[in-house]
Design a protein around this ligand. Structure first.
Ligand SMILES: Nc1nc2c(ncn2[C@@H]2O[C@H](COP(=O)(O)OP(=O)(O)O)[C@@H](O)[C@H]2O)c(=O)[nH]1
Ligand SMILES: [Mg+2]
Length: 399
């Protein structure tokens, strides 16, 4: 009798355990995952079942104490975590005197152009051959035919008047004539502050690889250093990397970047950038555009469209054409084509640190009748300088 009872008890326990197992595994399969809602913490903790996981699955978000519904029924409080790491905002260096600081970067042009001319002018006999060499020096430095002839003409006259020439006199003479050639009286200020409204609108255009995005980023820093608030428009929508590149520049100085979907309409990104700039009360909106090949007329037309669409807000204050100084005559061809599509108001000559052809400054101004306003003298964040004819010429002919 006792044995029978024991056997029945064992059978019941074993069956019960088996049943629990089956129920447990069924439960696991059939029940939906526990809802993220906070449990009633006043209820006794649920008994673990056979087959339940020993640990909370890792992908389940862990709730902090603040999120748990308290017994008094108050709403769950969601505490936002601070962003992983706020980017550190840099303080760009002031723009005054930048060209002086960066003058050694013009050493290639200095050796080829400035020192070359001084040496030639210092020869005892300034014969025809020497004048021809002077001419060649200027042409090789991309000064351009017409400006070269003008300069040589002026130098010949003045040297004749001078009679005997001390090196100091020659230097002064050459300095004056070069500054005149580069242009003393042009308005080289980048127009970012229209009197009657905010924000100022600047478009940056040019062929791929000339340095548009870099220049836009550097210019944003210049403006921020001058106390202005800047919004960037990433209207180069052909490559996501281009918008990333611009945004990175912006983040470094705390400037907001407006971007659109990849391969989206550049004109609408530009439009939105100005709209957001207005809403944010920004001082300046800088619009970086795609590097269109001037041979692709369709793409060039699109650039015209970007400008027209932006001008539904307000006139564009400045259209900066970025030219790579190392490309020489090719840059002049680009300049011509771009000026047919949009009215260029200023030129940025980049990569003057990598060329002996600083004379391109003169040639490109002549070509467009528009002043060089900024020059790029390196890849560093503050290697963009306002163009000052005196400081530029001084850098060319050396101290
Ligand atoms: N040495 C030098 N490199 C520059 C200068 N400006 C731009 N670059 C470089 O030129 C390359 C192309 O620049 P990017 O801004 O991407 O050209 P984009 O295609 O016109 O936007 C980058 O490697 C820049 O660092 C400059 O003034 N000097
Ligand atoms: Mg670019």
């Amino acid at each position: 009798m006792d044995i029978v009872i024991l056997a029945v008890v064992i059978a019941v326990v074993v069956l019960g355990a088996l049943g629990g197992l089956i129920v447990g595994s069924r439960r696991k399969k059939q029940l939906p995952p526990p809802p993220p809602a906070a449990p009633d913490i006043t209820a006794p903790p649920a008994e673990p079942h056979v087959g339940d996981e020993a640990e909370t699955p890792r992908e389940e978000p862990r709730r902090t104490i603040e999120e748990v519904d308290l017994p008094d029924g108050s709403a769950p409080v969601v505490v936002e975590e601070p962003p992983a790491e706020a980017p550190e905002i840099e303080i760009p260096e002031p723009t005054a005197g930048r060209l002086v600081r960066l003058r050694t970067r013009l050493s290639r042009s200095q050796n080829a152009l400035g020192k070359g001319l001084l040496t030639l002018l210092s020869r005892e006999h300034l014969d025809e051959d020497t004048w021809e060499e002077i001419e060649d020096t200027l042409l090789t430095a991309d000064v351009g035919v017409q400006p070269t002839q003008e300069l040589v003409e002026r130098l010949r006259e003045r040297v004749k008047v001078l009679g005997t020439r001390t090196p100091e006199e020659l230097r002064t003479l050459l300095r004056e004539e070069l500054i005149t050639l580069v242009g003393r009286d042009m308005d080289r200020a980048v127009k970012t502050e229209p009197e009657d409204r905010k924000p100022g609108i600047v478009m940056v255009v040019g062929v791929n690889g000339t340095g548009k995005t870099t220049t836009t980023g550097k210019l944003a820093r210049v403006l921020v250093a001058d106390g202005q608030s800047v919004v960037l428009g990433a209207a180069d929508t052909f490559r996501a990397a281009a918008a990333d590149q611009l945004q990175t520049w912006g983040e470094r100085v705390g400037a907001h970047t407006v971007r659109g979907p990849e391969a989206g309409d550049p004109a609408s990104v530009a439009f939105d950038a100005v709209k957001e700039g207005k809403e944010m009360g920004a001082n300046v909106v800088l619009i970086d555009t795609a590097g269109r090949l001037h041979t692709k007329t369709g793409l060039m037309d699109e650039l015209g469209k970007v400008k027209r669409v932006v001008e539904k807000h307000a006139p564009v204050d400045e259209v900066l054409l970025v030219l790579d100084a190392t490309t020489g005559q090719n840059g002049l061809v680009q300049a011509r084509v771009f000026s047919e599509v949009v009215d260029i108001t200023g030129i940025v000559l980049t990569k003057l640190d990598g060329t002996a052809k600083g004379g391109i400054v003169v040639a490109v101004q002549r070509e467009l009748g528009v002043p060089v306003k900024l020059i790029g003298l390196g890849e560093g964040a503050d290697d963009l300088a306002p163009f000052e004819p005196e400081a530029f010429v001084d850098a060319l002919i050396g101290e």
